[in-house]
Design a protein around this ligand. Structure first.
Ligand code: ATP
Length: 542
């Protein structure tokens, strides 16, 4: 970076950082200019989050110089970064559901001495007007009085961005702002980022969704193993080239096999299921060897259904496993039936962060690495090593706590935990959220291996390409109820995107149900099982 006057610029020169002696940033230069969108790309564990922490005062780097408009600056805390005009929007929602939008924004304003002194004793009416003006400037249609907990995911992301903008930053850094948003919601967030760029704000963002990077970013910086390997204008840069910069020449593609592994045997049969108070009850079967994807807008019932299968939400309805009626009200019930659940919220619920990676991988099946009731350390480590190699999990050591792993690598540990556990059915939300392209292919391959061996997967994913890469059938939910189940052969990207966005399904509108989804009052239709699959090559992005 050169010290120049003119356009606002912020960044770091020669950033170095280590965690307990393990170097994770190696002399990284990064520069963000006012009025640009700058994507930060790299494989899981390449150092993106650490760089963001350095830029925003959350981590004090071992070496390097932060530069704001060419002048060295030091941020001892995120508040100092904020006061200097550098704000951050973290990946995970960090909001109180019971607070209104305006109160959420007020809490943020109070954090910044400059704003707080201007606010003085808060005049609520004037604050509401200020919030309305801010939302209007951002082009966001939100009622300041709405409770955050009642908002959809895109709106909650808007609130987080608006909260960051209360402090009037010149630079805004966003960590995976579109993760786990379905395409239409993700597009709205990207549109808001473009609006901010139009206001002269410099935006940096992390994304594993390379097609949105190609569509949105002006420049990209690529990290590999803690080093900057490229900084380019994104014009003319294809997603395949971005992927190559990230991973070198290693293969990244996962090939959908052309033969189906779905068996006629029904593993899980569900009757009279209700996903909401006013939705109709429905029946559905999950076959051995099958990946059943479940999709629908927020509130459609799709996510609730997957949580019910996994025992995370008590089942409203009846379930049979292998033809025997079973209780499915808790995660323990589900596990007793050989059902595992991978929640989206991996940090809070999926992993025990203070335990080692090895223990986390065997957490759902300690009996399998125990002898005479005692956990065998040798077997525990051997098994962890096996999954570390199969999923290429980057960890400082098998004994390192899960908290020391990057987000994408934590996700891989979670997937490994259930694959290693010997369950027969996995209910999974967003299996590759935060996972890079190579890791996605590995996780997809392992899920297919699992079904090829007779297991079944019930998958909730907002990523249309992931659904097309994996699903044998796609169950579309609407208004708290199963609307229709589509065979994979009937879908393409455009059709599935439309269905995911809540576009009406003409057959369902006519009251027809097909492919195994039947109103519970009717006689079950036979479930068509695809006998062969066309070969679909995963594109190298997303
Ligand atoms: N608190 C920590 N203690 C020890 N090591 C850590 C800690 N946080 C991160 N690391 C290590 O630093 C490296 C970089 O991690 P970082 O989270 O910056 O990667 P990332 O590029 O953001 O990855 P992802 O795409 O998975 O989020 C990884 O090897 C990770 O294991």
């Amino acid at each position: 970076m050169t010290a120049t006057t003119g356009a606002p610029r912020f960044g770091v020169r020669a950033a170095v950082h280590d965690y307990s002696g393990v170097v994770v940033l190696r002399e990284v230069d990064f520069e963000l200019r006012g009025g640009e969108i700058h994507a930060l790309l790299g494989e899981n564990g390449s150092g993106k989050s650490t760089l963001i922490k350095v830029l925003t005062g959350a981590v004090r780097p071992t070496g390097g110089t932060l530069l704001l408009d060419g002048e060295p600056v030091h941020f001892a805390t995120p508040q100092q970064a904020q006061a200097a005009g550098v704000a951050v929007v973290h990946q995970n929602y960090n909001l109180f559901p019971d607070l209104s939008v305006e109160k959420t924004l007020l809490a943020s304003a109070a954090d910044v001495p400059r704003r707080a002194s201007r606010l003085g004793a808060v005049d609520h009416r004037s604050w509401r007007r200020q919030v309305q003006e801010l939302l209007h400037r951002l082009g966001v249609d939100l009622d300041p009085r709405a409770l955050v907990g009642a908002l959809g995911p895109a709106e909650r992301k808007f609130v987080e961005i608006a909260r960051a903008m209360v402090t009037e930053p010149r630079f805004l850094i966003l960590d995976e702002p579109t993760a786990s948003l379905e395409p239409a919601a993700a597009d709205r967030v990207l549109a808001l980022m473009r609006t901010l760029r139009g206001h002269g704000v410099g935006l940096a963002f992390v994304s594993h969704r390379l097609d949105e990077v190609a569509a949105t970013a002006d420049r990209v910086t690529v990290l590999r193993d803690g080093q900057r390997v490229a900084e380019r204008a994104s014009a003319g840069l294809t997603t395949a080239e971005m992927a190559r910069l990230m991973v070198g020449d290693r293969p990244q593609e996962s090939v959908r096999p052309d033969t189906s592994t779905v068996r006629s045997e029904v593993l899980l049969r569900m009757h009279d299921v209700r996903c909401s108070d006013d939705g109709d009850a429905f029946d559905i079967d999950v076959h051995a060897g099958e990946i059943l994807a479940v999709t629908g807008l927020v509130g459609s019932g799709a996510a609730t259904f997957v949580s019910m299968v996994g025992g995370d939400v008590p089942l409203r309805g009846r379930a049979e496993v292998d033809g025997h009626e079973v209780r499915l009200r808790t995660a323990r019930d589900a596990q007793a039936q050989g059902i595992g659940f991978i929640p989206e919220d991996r940090k809070a619920r999926g992993l025990v962060l203070e335990h080692s990676c090895a223990v986390n991988i065997s957490l759902a099946s300690l009996g399998r690495v125990s002898t005479a009731g005692r956990v065998s350390r040798r077997r525990l480590l051997r098994r962890a090593e096996e999954y570390r190699n199969r999923l290429d999990i980057r960890m400082p050591s098998l004994g390192a706590p899960a908290s020391a792993l990057s987000g994408g690598n934590q996700q891989k540990v979670l997937v490994a935990k259930w694959l290693a556990s010997g369950v027969r059915l996995i209910a999974v939300e967003e299996p590759t959220q935060g996972v890079d392209i190579g890791g996605r292919a590995q996780i997809h391959d392992l899920l297919r291996e699992f079904t090829a061996a007779g297991g079944a997967v019930v998958l909730f994913s907002t990523d249309v390409r992931e659904v097309l890469a994996l699903a044998d059938r796609v169950a579309v939910f609407r208004h708290g109820c199963l609307s229709r189940v589509h065979a994979f052969d009937d879908l393409d990207q455009a059709r599935l995107t439309a269905l995911t966005a809540g576009e009406d399904d003409s057959s369902a509108a006519l009251g027809l149900r097909a492919d195994g989804a039947v109103p519970s009052s009717a006689a079950p239709l036979s479930t068509p099982i695809p006998s062969s699959r066309p070969t679909v090559r995963m594109e190298s992005s997303r």
